[in-house]
Every structure is written in structure tokens, then in C-alpha cells.
Design a protein around this ligand. Sequence first.
Ligand code: SAM
Length: 189
Amino acid sequence: MWRSEVNDAVVDLIDPRPGETVIDIGAGMGPGVMRAAASGAEVLAIDPTPFMRTVMSGRRWFSRRRKSIRVLDGAVEALPAGDHQVHALWSVNTMHHWSSVADGAVEIARVLAPGGRIVLVDEDFSDPRHPNSEEWHKRHGEDSHHGFSMVDASEMGDLMTGAGLVDVVAEQRDMAGRPVIAVTARGPN
Ligand SMILES: C[S@@+](CC[C@H](N)C(=O)[O-])C[C@H]1O[C@@H](n2cnc3c(N)ncnc32)[C@H](O)[C@@H]1O
């Protein structure tokens, strides 16, 4: 995805600042990366899929902000960043891919600087209010979710709190006019 209103909203909530290091976990083709790079922060675009990194690298190459973007191999369960080095991180539409939500929470807590900001969002395409719901149901069927399972907001919240993160809010809400599961939190001071 090249541009997305949900990515725009998430990055605006994160509010990256010049001099900060921030991470887009599962950056894909970089809608969040490009918006964040405009702030002057150093942006780490992390994704485990080679195709996504290839597309992101091409996009980076044509960006005026390329010096502040790094494209890196990694996943939420093993982030390529040192302990407490990251001022803010976000992720859009990746939580349902995480092999272990518990491991992801611990890894996020490891890399985050004290007071660091977190926004994790998965759109709920199965909700009839989502503008792409009809298309999603055609693709996935109405019965089981055919391998797609939405993350559970309260479970996510408990795991984030258990990993030591603070001010955790995990809820179903609307963002950019779409129903989402959203988790916001901070690294402990
Ligand atoms: C639906 S795409 C979303 C991409 C981008 N965040 C966006 O909003 O356009 C899901 C992305 O998650 C990545 N991904 C899959 N497993 C992951 C994991 N365990 N940790 C982080 N990212 C993962 C995929 O490679 C893919 O790029």
C-alpha cells in the first residue's frame, strides 16, 4: 500500500520529531515511513518480507528524505535495534501476523527508550462499517476467518502491561473513519 489514511493518523498520533529514532514495525511499502520521514526523525522501516523491503528500498531511493530512512530486515519478535534506543514506534495491520504477541510485547519494551511512545493498530476489515468490508468478506468467506484472526484488544493490553509498558490503552475504536483495534502505551520512565 502506497498511502493510507490510517497510517497517516497513526504517525500523526506518534508525532515523530527531529533527532528522534522511530520504528515502523512491518513497514510494508512504506505509507507510514514516508509520512514520518517528513518530520526529520530517523525512521527505521523494518519488515521480514524481502519483497516489501525491495519495494520500500526503491521508494526510499526516490525520496528527498532518503538519508533519514533505513530499511532493515526484522520482525516484531526480533527487532534490529539496541536496548532502549527508540523514541517511538508504531505498527499498522501487522498484529494479526505476529507469531507470538507475548514475544512482540517483550521486544517492544526492550527497544523503547524511557517514556517512548507506542501506537499499534489493526483495521477491522470484518466490521461491516469498514469501507473495504464487502471486498474482505468476499475474499475470506463469512464463516471462519480462513486463517485471519483479529487480535484481542484486552489480551494485547494485558501483554503490554505484563511486559512493563505503562499508560496502556487497548480498545476497539474508530480511526480515520475505520473501525480498528488500537493499542497505545509508553515505555516506563
Ligand atoms: C498488511 S501489511 C501492512 C504493511 C504496512 N504497515 C501498511 O500499513 O501498509 C503487513 C506487513 O506485516 C509484515 N509482517 C509479517 N509478519 C510480521 C512480524 N512478525 N513482525 C512484523 N511485521 C510482520 C509483512 O511482511 C507485511 O509487510
